[in-house]
Design a binder for this molecule. Structure first.
Ligand code: UDP
Ligand code: MG
Length: 316
């Protein structure tokens, strides 16, 4: 029986994975906690799997799963949580941006009875544009979502066994974990640490990917954007109605003398814009329903630490 399972999603991390593992072991061994490390290779194109095979062969506490292609960090986290056998599970990045040195403090907070311990990073060393944009995004999200999401609270967190089990019991296939963590509830505590640069390799989150992630977050938790579309439609209809009354009254009193070209064009363009946007919102939800009803698995596994031996020549 192990007490702690550390879940680490890795996508093209061959440059840092050894450094990470050494740092992790160095942080955990002095605490005397029994632990295992569950690495999930998210279809890396570099030699990450080789490194994982090597780690698993040399360190009995290492287990890994390797995907057949890149399925995204959310799927990797899910696979890792399914692998984890510990009473306590920690999710952390492989690039040392989540400092292993904080683990003893997180374990200590768990002993105080918290089911979720979040280590939040501040925004030191981050580009000004990114800071401004993410602040704005979190404000928007807070207005639209039923669940609370805290700025800077990423995936570096400790979860108790019952918290992990409740996450695993959620059936949806579109997993926006920031929202799910908050949705399951339980006693949560967070503390802030200073942001660190990635140790090696480069970030996989470019502008486009972040935007898609942001839209996912907004849409996956409720249907408030649909409600907003209905409200806008109603208000527009009301103002159009009042305007029509005004035109009729005018025509009755003064006779017809308005060519009204500008008004017409404005109304048509404005309304088609809103209709298109609304259709887009509806389409987005329909797409999600389609995606959910297919019930596809979240990922496909190519190999794990247990199957790895099967590829090897039994003679060597
Ligand atoms: N990651 C992953 N699959 C992906 C993208 C990222 O498993 O498709 C992992 C990556 O290996 C790292 C963590 O998720 O351990 C965070 O990724 P990254 O450092 O690129 O993101 P950032 O820190 O820039 O937000
Ligand atoms: Mg990173």
């Amino acid at each position: 029986m192990v007490h702690l399972s550390v879940v680490v999603p890795c996508f093209d991390e061959s440059e840092v994975i050894d450094t990470f593992h050494t740092a992790l072991v160095a942080a955990l061994e002095p605490t005397g906690t029994t632990f295992e490390v569950a690495y999930v290779d998210d279809g890396s194109g570099d030699r990450t799997v080789d490194r994982l095979r090597y780690l698993a062969a040399t360190d009995g506490r290492v287990r890994y799963t390797s995907f057949s292609r890149n399925f995204g960090k959310e799927s990797a986290l899910l696979a890792g949580m399914r692998m984890a056998r510990g009473e306590v599970v920690v999710l952390m990045d492989a690039d040392l941006q989540h400092p292993p040195a904080l683990l003893p403090r997180m374990l200590e907070l768990r002993r105080h009875g918290y089911d979720q311990v979040i280590a939040r990073r501040d925004r030191t060393g981050e580009g000004a544009t990114r800071t401004v944009l993410s602040r704005a995004y979190y404000r928007l999200v807070r207005r639209f979502m039923d669940v609370e999401i805290v700025d800077g609270a990423g995936d570096f967190r400790l979860l108790s066994r019952r918290a992990v089990d409740s996450l695993l019991s959620l059936p949806e296939s579109n997993r926006f974990s920031k929202g799910l963590f908050s949705w399951i509830g339980f006693d949560t505590v967070s503390f802030t640490y200073e942001n660190v640069e990635r140790a090696a390799g480069r970030s996989k989150w470019g502008g486009r990917r972040l935007l898609d992630y942001g839209i996912d977050g907004l849409l996956s938790f409720n249907s408030r954007p649909l409600r907003l579309a209905i409200h806008t439609g109603l208000w527009l209809f009301l103002s159009a109605f009042v305007y029509a009354l005004w035109i009729i009254a005018n025509a009755l009193l003064d006779g017809v003398d308005t060519p009204g070209y500008a008004t017409l064009i404005t109304a048509i363009v404005g309304l088609s814009g809103i209709q298109l946007a609304t259709l887009g919102v509806i389409g987005e939800y329909v797409g999600r329903i389609y995606h959910e009803v297919k019930r596809r698995p979240h990922y496909v596994v190519r190999e794990t630490d247990r199957t790895a031996g099967l590829h090897r020549d039994p003679g060597d």
